[in-house]
Design a protein around this ligand. Structure first.
Ligand code: FAD
Ligand code: NAP
Length: 337
């Protein structure tokens, strides 16, 4: 394993922000990880783990060893008449993995098509889209626990998955995810309750969808609505949808009848952060090279040479404006460094 010095992370993050890492190593084998962690210990340097860099915002240069996870492999470990169990290396590309499962007719993650990044990052924020979350199919996660200094396998329950959250995000930098174990279905139950999927299937005159039809619908919707990070710098949704109690929801709904919200329990509602941001007048707004995407207000984009600090400051202005207008605090989903 070679540790490189003074490496630009611009090619490795989907915002395309310039950031110099003092040290950088690509990890493909357990022995390389051990060597890298030993090096950190010896040189008293912290480390930062990186997958595809599609959910990381670098606001300053990094004085740490960046570990870029490129552990590969998809292995079938077990199979029953109804289920298939797979162990997938952290460095596998998420969308390639989803495409592979669809090709094999194994269901469960088709709604998560075209999400950028790696399999190893999928448990971190429990990636989700169109009513499906990674936690619905993750059986366990194998990781190196840097606190206990040992390899561990965390069950789905141990991962403490929540909406865009998990133990891995709460205990930042404790676990280095090596592989993820998935359980997929041979006779899947489809999730087509989100309006956009139903409309797309209707538009394509598909009455009885299969896995490929759902994945293609998702791919098409996303391609039409979201900026391609290869062309315009972005990290998808910059903010999480805020959760408010019933009283606050009812007060807001009375004031803003078009408010988009979904009940998540008897007493709590999820507000569409994109709606709040658009209603506060941010959609399509630009400051220098940074903007609020014109087709989806939840996405902050870097149209050129904007810096991570500028993106962070832009997001702070949005947070403040939403608080002033609606009395709601929206939180960043993107990992800020
Ligand atoms: P990175 O950005 O490299 O890392 C993200 C975080 O995970 C960092 O804190 C990093 O330290 C940590 N990490 C990464 N790999 C490991 C590992 N092996 N072990 C320990 N820690 C690790 N997200 C959704 O949930 N749903 C969506 O629909 C969605 N759509 C998106 C659309 C676009 C256009 C873009 C650009 C992003 C979107 N995202 C979405 C966000 C992003 O794709 C996901 O968060 C994805 O899981 C990030 O993967 P990554 O490999 O790029 O992670
Ligand atoms: P959308 O369909 O316009 O919906 C707006 C918001 O309303 C979404 O955030 C979604 O919440 C919620 N919603 C819509 N229909 C719902 C239903 N039937 N039940 C419960 N909640 C519902 O959203 P979009 O921006 O085009 O994104 C589509 C999906 O892709 C969403 O699930 C979104 O989370 C996901 N996505 C995520 C990212 C990211 O970076 N995290 C980026 C792009 C898209 P949820 O977000 O909770 O689903």
């Amino acid at each position: 394993m070679s540790i490189q010095e003074q490496i630009s992370l611009k090619p490795y993050n989907s915002f395309h922000c310039e950031c110099i890492a003092s040290h950088f190593a690509i990890i493909t084998k357990a022995a390389e990880l051990k060597e890298a962690l030993d090096w950190c210990m010896l040189h008293k340097k912290p480390f930062i783990v990186m997958g595809g860099g599609s959910n990381m915002l670098f606001t300053q240069d990094i004085d740490a060893l960046v570990l870029k996870m490129e552990v590969k492999g998809i292995q079938k470990t077990n199979e029953t008449s109804s289920e298939v169990f797979l162990t997938v290396g952290a460095g596998e590309n998420w969308h390639h993995f989803v495409s592979y499962t669809i090709q094999k007719s194994w269901g469960g993650i088709e709604n998560l098509s075209l999400i950028p990044g790696t399999v190893g990052a999928s448990p971190i924020q429990n990636i989700g889209a169109y009513g499906v979350e990674a936690k619905d199919t993750i059986q366990s996660v194998t990781a190196y626990d840097t606190q206990k200094q040992e390899w561990v396998t965390l069950s789905n329950h141990d991962c403490a998955f929540e909406y865009r959250n998990s133990i891995f995000k709460k205990e930042k930098n404790r676990y280095i995810i090596w592989s993820v174990q998935f359980c997929l279905q041979k006779q899947p139950h489809f999730h087509i309750e989100y309006g956009a999927i139903r409309e797309k299937l209707h538009e394509k005159q598909i009455k009885y969808p299969n896995l490929a039809a759902i994945a293609n619908a998702v791919i098409q919707i996303r391609s039409e609505k979201l900026p391609d990070p290869n062309i315009i710098g972005n990290a998808g949704s910059f903010f999480k949808n805020p959760i408010v109690d019933k009283a606050q929801f009812e007060k807001l709904k009375a004031q803003y009848p078009n408010l988009v919200a979904y009940p998540i329990s008897d007493q709590a509602y999820k507000l569409a952060a994109g709606w709040l941001i658009e209603a506060a007048g941010w959609k399509g707004k630009k400051i220098g090279d940074i903007g609020c995407y014109e087709k989806q207000a939840l996405v902050i984009v870097n149209y050129g040479t904007g810096t991570g600090k500028e993106i962070f400051d832009f997001s702070a202005q949005i947070i403040q404006s939403i608080h002033e207008k609606f009395g709601v605090v929206i939180e960043r989903e993107v990992n800020v460094y």
